[in-house]
Design a protein around this ligand. Structure first.
Ligand SMILES: Cc1cc2nc3c(=O)[nH]c(=O)nc-3n(C[C@H](O)[C@H](O)[C@H](O)COP(=O)(O)O)c2cc1C
Length: 323
């Protein structure tokens, strides 16, 4: 399947695996890229730029196809050394970066000079236009359904994607809530040049996370995510569990006076415990509503083949009948 996104990144299918903390390691990124999509290593899961360099080298050993690195700009007091992370990406021979969290404007000159293609993930049309204006090559438009941080506008993809299509000149992928072939076709119909998936890629054989995490996603329905940290304007969609129920209770009690310290032990340092040890109630972890559409744990190749093959069948058969 050829689109502006496959051309831009030199990949076979317009399917991107979004950066995911403690999930986007070389095993998953290489499996997605080997299956014809674009795999992405999560930069900040690597504790230092040196560690990221090693992870990139490991990924090169597992695939000779293009892959990317995610750089998430976090709201934190002690910012990670982003210029050094970018240096590790450049020296590691990676030429695709997915940015997220905040505008990558400050780092665009360094990345552009090195010939890096930048796809910025954001949750609104205005942020997408800003990304276009500062020279990003593509945008990942992340709707309200998404796992992780949907922003504060609460616009679902049925509206957000066609709005993005009205305004953007650069290509964009639809992100958030996507997991099957019908949705890939819908994303293309709404104006996107491909899709970005997070939660769906966690429930794959190659995702290097504890089996409990995969089983939790397969068992969850579309009703099982919760939004937390709204009063902090750092809203996150997570899978409901005992810790999340506690957070929701604390948030109800504190209202707009909520401070991060009130819930810190339930949101900080949780990922290794959940993803590596499989302690599912250790705290809050991102998960999308698409969990309701995830019923199995295929390989990345099976998943991507199913999406692309299914999409072609829908376009050629079901949709062709209506034309
Ligand atoms: C467990 C998990 C961790 C994530 N971590 C990050 C991250 O570190 N940086 C980032 O930019 N996006 C992160 N995301 C968001 C994904 O890259 C992607 O945009 C999102 O999952 C898309 O929505 P979906 O889950 O409905 O497919 C994460 C998502 C999940 C589910």
């Amino acid at each position: 399947m050829k689109t502006r996104i496959t051309e831009l990144f030199g990949i076979e299918h317009p399917i991107v695996q979004g950066g995911m903390h403690f999930v986007g390691l070389a095993e998953l990124a290489s499996a997605v890229s080997n299956a014809g999509g674009l795999g992405i290593i999560t930069g900040l899961t690597q504790r230092t730029p040196e560690d990221l360099a090693k992870e990139i080298a490991r990924c090169h050993e597992m695939t000779d196809k293009p892959f990317g690195v995610n750089l998430t700009f976090l709201p934190s007091f002690t910012a990670p050394p982003y210029p050094e992370y970018i240096q590790a990406i450049i020296e590691g021979g990676v030429r695709i970066v997915e940015t997220a969290g905040r505008s990558p404007e400050a780092y665009m000159p360094a990345m552009k000079e090195a010939g890096i293609k930048v796809i910025h993930k954001c949750t609104s049309v205005r942020h997408s236009l800003k990304a276009e204006a500062i020279g990003c090559d593509a945008v990942s438009v992340d709707g309200f359904e998404c796992g992780g941080h949907p922003g504060e506008d609460d616009i679902p993809n049925m509206i957000l994607l066609p709005r993005a299509a009205e305004e953007l000149k650069i290509p964009f992928v639809a992100s958030g809530g996507i997991g099957n072939a019908q949705q890939l076709v819908a994303a293309l119909a709404l104006g996107a040049d491909g899709i970005n998936m997070g939660t769906r890629f966690i429930a794959t054989k190659e995702a290097p996370v504890h089996d409990n995490v995969k089983q939790a996603i397969v068992q969850a329905t579309e009703l099982d995510t919760r939004l937390i940290m709204r009063p902090l304007r750092n809203t996150e969609r997570v899978l409901a569990n005992a810790a999340v129920n506690k957070i929701v209770e604390i948030e109800k009690e504190k209202g707009q006076d909520l401070e991060i310290g009130d819930i810190m032990d339930l949101v900080g340092g949780v990922y290794p415990k959940v993803m590596q040890e499989g302690t599912m109630d250790a705290g809050a972890w991102s998960c999308g509503m698409v969990a309701g559409l995830i019923h199995d744990i295929p390989t990345c190749q099976e998943l991507i083949d199913r999406l692309v093959g299914g999409a072609e069948e829908i376009i050629n058969q079901r949709l062709a009948k209506f034309a």
